[in-house]
Design a protein around this ligand. Structure first.
Ligand code: NAD
Length: 246
């Protein structure tokens, strides 16, 4: 339980779902962890739940001043950066609005871009940068076009930055989760019975026949965070129960 002993990790969107599970795992593996979230009460609850050496920083990833404050708070070398904050909404082409586009790209694309760019001075040589993309960035998904386009951009960022940062030995990879059972997914349909139906519908699209658990993405992030993946960069890891293959 000390794969990240002595390391500093930043996990954005660490108050819920995949980010929360990853922050918990990184802390359990001995890392000093900084987690971000937008709401102070939710952030405080997550910090208390994660335990270990964890610091919460209230950040909206689409806000550059917030990101600068995040890295001022970290104030020292970063070994692992998990740029995970993101989200979406189900809207068809007929339904999409400019605000929906700006919000989705603001967090998923601009937020991911500047989360990594503003970290550059602090990233140690040999650091691991991990981006959360999605199978939606590869496959078509009805009413998820803007989200899918934003995650396609994230996949592209990882491939490009892997090349640009290779001179410093910094590895950059993306994880594309398939459907994972998180508050973010149930929130897409407002929770309740609609969420139960969505979960069941999503599970039926997965060859393994179920949704993933946040911990099953966290363990992939841990692999990418450690030297176990020391020759892996520019890769896209699909943690999706086989969903990308069908
Ligand atoms: P979640 O809603 O449970 O958690 C998302 C986290 O990101 C929360 O902590 C939230 O506060 C944070 N966040 C969202 N927008 C933010 C912003 N502008 N600034 C700062 N923080 C912000 O969702 P999740 O399902 O755990 O999703 C985590 C990541 O995984 C997202 O990037 C999402 O797109 C991606 N993803 C999720 C699934 C899935 O099925 N759950 C599948 C593929 C990809």
């Amino acid at each position: 339980m000390n794969a990240l002993q002595g390391k500093t990790a930043v996990v954005t969107g660490g108050t819920s779902g995949i980010g929360l599970a990853t922050a918990r795992l990184f802390a359990a593996e001995g890392a000093r962890v900084f987690v971000t979230g937008r709401r102070k009460d939710v952030l405080d609850a997550a910090v208390a739940e994660i335990g270990g050496d964890v610091t919460g920083v209230q950040v909206d990833s689409s806000d550059l001043a917030d990101l600068e404050r995040l890295y001022e708070t970290v104030g020292g070398p970063i070994d692992v950066l998990f740029a995970n904050a993101g989200g979406g909404e189900f809207l068809t082409l007929e339904q999409v609005t400019e605000k929906h586009f700006d919000d989705t790209f603001g967090t998923n694309v601009k937020g991911t871009l500047f989360t990594v760019k503003k970290a550059l001075p602090l990233l140690v040589d040999g650091a691991s940068v991990i981006l959360t993309a999605s199978t939606a960035g590869t496959k078509g998904n009805e009413a998820f076009g803007v989200y899918g386009a934003s995650k396609a951009a994230v996949r592209s960022f990882a491939r490009t930055w892997a090349q640009e940062l290779s001179g410093r030995g910094i590895r950059v990879n993306s994880i594309s989760p398939g459907p994972v059972d998180t508050p973010g997914i149930s929130g897409l349909v407002g929770g309740g019975e609609a969420a139960v139906q969505l979960t069941s519908a999503l599970a039926s699209t997965v060859p393994l026949g179920r949704m993933g658990r946040p911990e099953e993405i966290a363990s992939v992030a841990l692999f990418l965070a450690t030297d176990a993946s020391s020759f892996v960069t520019g890769a896209e890891l699909f943690a999706d129960g086989g969903a990308n293959q069908v």
